[in-house]
Write a protein that binds this ligand. Structure first.
Ligand code: NAD
Ligand code: UDP
Length: 316
């Protein structure tokens, strides 16, 4: 197959490129580098099965030749990124998704949308099954991301129903691992980088809010299976083991051996209090569940960031 991946120079997009290429497929990676980095795909440049297009998917997009699959992963994803780029975030979720769907339709390709657990907002149902409609504040600071993704889901279903396009919607829950940006603001990268630099760990609120962290290798395997053998219904892909953010901070201190203190900062507006995927659907239909426990995934991620630090690629 020849697969187009938008957001290919990002954290998840670059791992997806690797996953498809590992199975012998060809990949066209598309990215405008708004939050991604050429470093993430540097190892693929020169491979005859990899092509790269620097382009903003929110603008008209033409790709020559046959395409069998379009995976739309382009979007700022970290809260600090989408707060810094509110309008590009809304555009890539709406106009960008429309363009990616149009391309898939023109090429008669399968389409997969990277949606998010944020469509559940600050959830009133816990854990979150796919048939929960969510509790989102459309006009709060996170609304630019959440509502863009909710629109993206709606237009994906409309293309499925109106045009018969073969579509997938994956609701991704907090994923971490190598190739996250050191200062992307997400909690795992923040805590690890802070610990490595001997700085205080920035705990927002009292740290009792929960998240369920999925190691990137598990996540990408779930995405791959959903693309191959899933259906059009939204599917949660994430790790169902829930931790408080304070527990995460303590685990990072233990695993890095850092003596940093834990500093309390204000909780950001509309920060969800709990989050845990119900993955019954993925288990039943894809035979998928995560294998890498948080402790093990953190050890691997710490090794990655230590490597960057040793190469002088984490600016102090
Ligand atoms: P990322 O910021 O590392 O990657 C996103 C990539 O998209 C970047 O390389 C960026 O430059 C590119 N991009 C953004 N807007 C673009 C545009 N208009 N045109 C072309 N390229 C553009 O983030 P990520 O964590 O890899 O997230 C990838 C996708 O997965 C996003 O759609 C995100 O919403 C979704 N997601 C991720 C997580 C997670 O935990 N990582 C959770 C839920 C959903
Ligand atoms: N968080 C924190 N310290 C940080 C970054 C994040 O305590 O330095 C908290 C944040 O308030 C949230 C959780 O960690 O409750 C996860 O934040 P992240 O930005 O990784 O993703 P989110 O799940 O909020 O999209």
């Amino acid at each position: 197959m020849r697969i187009l991946i938008t957001g290919a120079a990002g954290f998840l997009g670059s791992h997806l490129c690797d996953r498809f290429m590992k199975d012998g497929h060809s990949v066209v990676g598309l990215d405008n580098f708004i939050t991604g980095s050429p470093d993430n795909i540097a190892h693929l440049i020169g491979n005859p099965r990899f092509e790269f297009v620097q382009h903003n998917i929110s603008q008209f997009t033409y790709v020559a030749g046959d395409i069998d699959g379009v995976l739309h992963f382009a979007s700022p994803a970290s809260p600090i990124d989408y707060l810094e780029h509110p309008i590009p975030t809304l555009k890539v979720g709406s106009l960008g998704t429309h363009n990616a769907l149009g391309l898939a339709l023109a090429k008669n390709a399968r389409f997969m949308l990277a949606s998010t657990s944020e469509v559940y907002g600050d959830p009133l149902v816990h854990p979150q099954p796919e048939d929960y409609w969510g509790n989102v504040n459309p006009v709060g600071p996170r609304g630019v991301y959440d509502e863009a993704k909710r629109f993206a889901e709606a237009i994906t279903m409309a293309y499925h129903r109106a045009h018969g396009l073969d579509t997938r919607i994956v609701r991704i829950f907090n994923t971490y691992g190598p190739r996250m940006r050191p200062f992307d603001g997400r909690v795992v990268s923040n805590f690890i980088v802070q610990a490595i630099l001997g700085r205080p760990l920035t705990l927002y609120g009292d740290g009792s809010q929960t998240r369920s962290f999925c190691y990137v290798e598990d996540e990408v395997e779930g995405l791959y299976r959903l693309f191959e053998r899933g259906d059009a219904n939204p599917t949660n892909i994430g790790n169902p083991v829930e931790f408080t953010v304070r527990q995460l901070a303590e685990l990072v201190l233990e695993l890095t051996g850092a003596t940093s203190e834990i500093a309390s900062l204000p909780l950001p507006e509309d920060d969800p209090k709990v989050r845990q995927p119900d993955i019954t659907r993925a288990r039943q239909w894809l035979g998928w569940e995560p294998k890498v426990e948080l402790r093990e995934g953190l050890v691997r991620t710490i090794a990655y960031f230590r490597g960057l630090h040793d190469q002088g690629r984490i600016a102090v």
